[in-house]
Design a protein around this ligand. Structure first.
Ligand SMILES: [Fe+2]
Length: 508
């Protein structure tokens, strides 16, 4: 097994259990029931492979095996016991079992996979629509150094048995590199960092820019391929194979809508390629001078992968979901997507819009008009009208939050593994983009909210409306019984540090 099992998309009486193996193997099954934890390994293997599909206190659900299509390794992979000199296919087999017939509440389960028997974990069907839930809010792990401590402290604080983990994108760095998910020896891989949480708590992911691969190549490194998408020439195959659910009829796993107890979550695919802010070479603001006559080498600026603006299929779908009775009647309405159009981070600028190409002599430049930011111009009015309680974003590796005039809370709680800074009057930092772009503060024009309980302070004692630190890591928990989101910080540089609740706000 390349990872412990993880849970996806609980349904009214069931849930998906997924894990991955190095070989196709055989005898892959999930054993579910009150009798499962006490089984010996031999008894578990017999139950997984014998003729009877159920017994005293257990039922068996066979997994279906499917190879991942695009997982590879290369010279930059830190693989156990093996080095790679060039991009090489890395066989990975997904095992997926659909467990059904579950009673409400938690039931123990174990996975048996080609003779391996896991520890006992617990799973649950979807919570009914009137039931309060607890959700961990996180994003932007990317194997960064503080992530394992962050998730260990989240598990200590909130437990491992949550109703869901809302992951607002950017799980790893290069999605086709299998070691980043499973067995990197250089950093803690994605699934291993989760401190037991995903074995009990279903993950609800959104697509960030780090879930998208660029153009396929036999020779370029995986990092180079990741950085080489063009409009219409990119793919999210590995993401879709790892996280086939939740999904919608219109968007598949790209965008979806689900009730999680009394919280209804809509997830959008709203992210663009990240390109260098430097003013020479292929970047956000221009093509490399040497490439201008060769469109095959262009980056096309910081283009958006999936349209989300007015009239796009995703926008039309969102309009329908926001109007659906299940969403309108939910106690709490949450919308999750990766790009932070409201934010103090570096990546809130330039605006989230199609790059406008400008030719000046031999140069090709790109501009991003703020008035055309699709999230601020097209999406935010819809969310305000639909009385959405919370928008969850990622991407800038910062904690900050806002509230718009209609009362919609906007939260980014992505200072998990590292930070890329906060650009605010209180930090004094400027984004250093070309003239005309917003250098400080929220480009969407909202004032950041100072944490209500224990804000960090600047050198002069000023309370800071953000956390942007490479020592202090942050996680947040939505508790719908209390109707609040609580954010916690933990100083990873001090082994004796306590977890500190630093912000709490009411969703109402
Ligand atoms: Fe990102």
């Amino acid at each position: 097994m390349l990872c412990e099992p993880y849970l996806l998309d609980p349904r009214p009486d069931g849930v998906h259990v997924v894990w991955h193996t190095e070989r196709p193997g055989s005898g892959h099954a999930v054993l579910v029931g009150p009798g499962v934890p006490a089984m010996s390994d031999d008894a578990a293997v017999r139950a997984a492979t014998g003729e009877a599909g159920e017994g005293d206190g257990w039922r068996r659900f066979a997994a279906t095996t499917a190879p991942l299509s695009r997982t590879r390794e290369d010279s930059e992979s830190s693989a156990p016991g093996r080095t790679y000199t060039a991009p090489t296919r890395r066989p990975v087999y997904r095992q997926l079992a659909v467990v059904d017939g579950l009673a409400p509440g938690r039931t123990p389960y174990r996975v048996v996979s080609d003779g391996i028997v896991t520890a006992a974990y617990s799973l649950a069907p979807a919570a009914p629509a009137d039931q309060p839930v607890r959700l961990l809010l996180t994003s932007d792990h990317q194997l960064k150094p503080m992530v394992p401590a962050n998730l260990a402290k989240a598990a200590e604080t909130a437990g491992v048995a949550l109703d869901g983990v809302l992951m607002a994108g950017d799980m790893v760095n290069v999605p086709d590199r299998a070691t980043e998910w499973f067995d990197s020896t250089a950093e803690t891989p994605f699934f291993a960092s989760f401190a037991g949480i995903l074995q009990h708590s279903p993950i609800y992911p959104a697509i960030g820019n780090h879930e998208v691969m660029g153009r396929w190549s036999q020779t370029a490194t995986l990092d180079e391929q990741f950085n080489d998408p063009q409009p219409g020439a990119w793919d999210i195959t590995t993401y879709e194979e790892l996280f086939p659910a939740p999904a919608s009829a219109a968007g598949g796993p790209r965008w979806w809508s689900r009730a999680i107890g009394d919280v209804h979550v809509i997830c959008l695919f709203a992210t663009h390629i990240w390109r260098s802010p430097q003013l020479v070479g292929r970047g956000k603001f221009q093509e490399a001078l040497e490439d201008v006559d060769d469109p095959d080498r262009w980056g096309y600026g910081q283009f958006i992968f999936e349209p989300v603006g007015r009239g796009s299929p995703q926008y039309q779908w969102l309009v329908g979901e926001l109007a659906a009775p299940e969403f309108r009647s939910a106690r709490y309405r949450v919308v999750m997507f990766h790009h932070p159009s409201h934010g103090l981070g570096h990546h809130s600028v330039p605006p989230f819009t199609d790059p406008v190409r400008v030719r000046e002599g031999k140069e090709i430049r790109y501009e991003y008009p703020l008035a055309d930011d699709y999230i601020l111009r097209d999406i935010e009015p819809l969310l305000s009208d639909a009385r959405v309680h919370l928008v969850l974003n990622g991407h800038s590796h910062v904690w900050n939050r806002f509230r718009n005039a209609a009362g919609v809370h906007w939260l980014e709680t992505s200072n998990v593994g590292n930070s890329y800074g906060a650009y605010d009057v209180t930090s004094g930092a400027e984004r250093r983009y070309p003239e005309g772009y917003v250098q400080q503060g929220d480009p969407g024009g909202l004032a950041p909210i100072v944490p209500t309980v224990a804000p960090l302070t600047g050198p002069d004692g000023t309370p800071l409306p953000f956390v942007a630190s490479n020592e202090v890591t942050v996680f947040s928990v939505l508790d719908s019984a209390a109707g609040v989101v609580r954010s916690y910080r933990y100083d990873t540089s001090d082994p004796d540090a306590e977890v500190i609740l630093f912000d709490e706000f009411s969703l109402a």
